[in-house]
Design a protein around this ligand. Structure first.
Ligand code: GAR
Length: 201
């Protein structure tokens, strides 16, 4: 309807370890450049020295540190943050931890994850980051891509809501595949997040 102000959504972005945060950056910049009404409520980090924290400081994005050393305290910490910021959606970007069924249920909001391969291939325990691309390269795949899926208590397992493919037939190394897929991730995650948010309300 003309003149209707679009709803502003709020997301929380979860990272872990020494996350470089390139997906967070791409998401943040896409929403800003395209004036998409999605606000990043907070960015979770599990290591204070994670490079992603520096980007957040520069951009004034709230950063919340929760140690992941004790799994129960970790999940309780995330739940506390979710209660206090009330996001509509959790966005996992370089988050390599599992969230238990109890924790996901208690938070009562959906969570999306990005995975740098065409699930169900090259997903699950041990398949993360560059390891994924090494396996794809070793199998001489001609096509790889990006999967965005709902998060459940298993690694890379929930329903896939969107996938994008890319030709890797001329890639000479696993690193080259990784670079090509990462660029696709950066183009694909933010619009998929917004599409998902708007499809739910
Ligand atoms: C991304 O390639 C993401 O798809 C992958 O980790 C990288 C994080 O990069 N996630 C997984 O492998 C999850 N199983 P970033 O910190 O620069 O966004």
């Amino acid at each position: 309807m003309a003149g209707t102000t679009p709803k502003t959504y709020r997301i929380a972005v979860l990272t872990s370890g020494l996350s470089r945060g390139s997906n967070l950056r791409a998401i943040h910049q896409y929403f800003r450049e395209h004036k998409i009404p999605v606000e990043i409520g907070f960015v979770l980090i599990t290591r204070k020295s994670a490079p992603v924290a520096e980007y957040c400081r520069q951009e004034g994005l709230p950063v919340e540190f929760v140690s992941s050393l004790d799994p129960q305290a970790f999940e309780a910490g995330i739940q506390k943050m979710v209660q206090s910021y009330q996001p509509d959606l959790l966005v996992l970007a370089g988050f390599m931890k599992k969230l238990s069924a109890d924790c996901l249920r208690a938070m009562a909001i959906p969570a999306l994850n990005i995975h740098p391969a065409l699930l169900p291939k090259y997903g699950g325990q041990g398949f993360y980051g560059q390891r994924v691309h090494e396996a794809v390269y070793a199998s001489q795949e001609k096509v790889s891509g990006v999967s965005i899926h709902l998060v459940d208590p298993e690694y890379d397992h929930g329903d896939v809501i969107a996938q994008a493919e890319i030709d890797i037939s001329d890639c000479q190394t696993a690193a080259e595949i990784g670079q090509r897929v990462l660029e696709l991730e950066h183009r694909f995650y933010a619009p998929t997040i917004y599409k998902y948010l708007t499809s739910r309300s």
